[in-house]
Ligand binder design. Structure first.
Ligand SMILES: [Zn+2]
Length: 331
């Protein structure tokens, strides 16, 4: 029986398009490209999406990238993701995409971005804005090339921002200073994964060196009292993805997840699912658990996500109205 968390209009700021491919679509792609003996059945796909460490999650992500090989694949993936988000009553999502992970298939960042937009455009009633993930693991040079490429199609594909995902513990923010400066100069919005696989210093550098406007995850801010105070004082929006942290082994479990401490401290917490297919979750599931465990207000969490989004002022007003009208009827 669906509850209010399932049915309420929701907003998700930290969602990887390729990490949100519905399992049936992913299974179709695996079969389309000859299958994998290590994943012989649809049921075994679920077992394959389990990790003992953050590094193993990155390996599994790389495995997935082997099965999205054409622009047509990206178009149908984007359509199936948008349909799935729409079924979840997500009214606005910022989806990142990681073009360099697919360049070995001969796909350009511009081609991937416009294919994704074609797929998303087939699904009415949901707004999906794109953020380009410049992928730490392919280094700053490739990041600069990718940024230049996607900027050519930014307005056509509605790409509003950038992030850096991947191996935070190996590739610190400082490497990407120039590319983030360039993005800033071109009016591109900026977030970065930080304080997930690496500690507080990574968040400091994301704020001070990359001058990000939001922090992806940021949960390890709680390891440093002065940084936590700064993040609270400045109300830096945090894209917190609790189930993701538990599934990748960054956090041992819900009972020790820093989201409670962040909320108690007054941090600007928003809730997202990150890679729902890979972590067997959804933004509704994470909102429900945070609300139940920490008495957090799901409406306030959604309102914060709207405020911290890359929506225009008019889009924010409209989205806020949709949300508050729904809750006024269903509280
Ligand atoms: Zn992420």
């Amino acid at each position: 029986m669906p509850d209010v968390f399932d049915l309420a209009p929701k907003v998700e700021l930290h969602l990887h398009l390729e990490g949100a491919i519905p399992k049936d679509t992913l299974w179709d792609l695996v079969r389309k490209y000859g299958g994998d003996p290590a994943v012989p059945t649809r049921a075994s796909l679920v077992d394959h999406l389990q990790y003992k460490s953050f590094a193993q999650f990155i390996d599994t992500w790389w495995w997935m990238t082997g099965f999205v090989r054409s622009y047509q694949d990206f178009e149908s993936v984007a359509e199936s993701v948008a349909l799935d988000l729409s079924r979840q009553h997500i009214v606005y999502a910022e989806a990142s995409f990681s073009p360099t992970d697919f360049e070995r298939h001969g796909l350009s960042p511009q081609g991937i971005a416009t294919a994704i937009r074609r797929g998303l455009a087939r699904v009415p009633g949901i707004q999906v804005v794109l953020n380009c993930d410049l992928v730490r693991d392919t280094g700053p040079q490739r990041a600069a090339t990718t940024l230049a490429a996607v900027m050519e199609v930014a307005s056509q594909a509605d790409i509003r921002g950038i992030t850096i995902g991947g191996s935070e513990q190996t590739y610190p923010p400082e490497l990407f200073e120039n590319v983030f400066r360039s993005a800033r100069e071109h009016g591109i919005r900026r977030t970065a994964h930080a304080g997930e696989a690496a500690g507080p210093q990574s968040v400091r550098s994301a704020l001070d060196v990359l001058k990000v406007e939001r922090v992806g995850h940021g949960v390890r801010v709680v390891e440093d009292a002065s940084l936590l105070a700064r993040v609270v004082d400045d109300q830096v929006p945090l894209e917190v993805c609790p189930t993701s942290n538990i599934r990748t082994g960054v956090v041992a479990g819900w009972e020790v997840h820093p989201v409670g401490e962040l909320l108690d401290a007054g941090a600007n917490v928003t809730i997202s699912s990150d890679d729902p297919t890979f972590f067997h979750t959804s933004v509704a599931d994470d909102l429900r658990t945070v609300a139940e465990l920490y008495s957090a207000d799901a409406v306030a969490l959604t309102e914060r996500a709207i405020a911290a989004s890359w929506m225009t002022a008019e889009e924010k007003t409209s989205c806020l109205r949709t949300t508050t009208d729904w809750w006024a009827e269903h509280r």
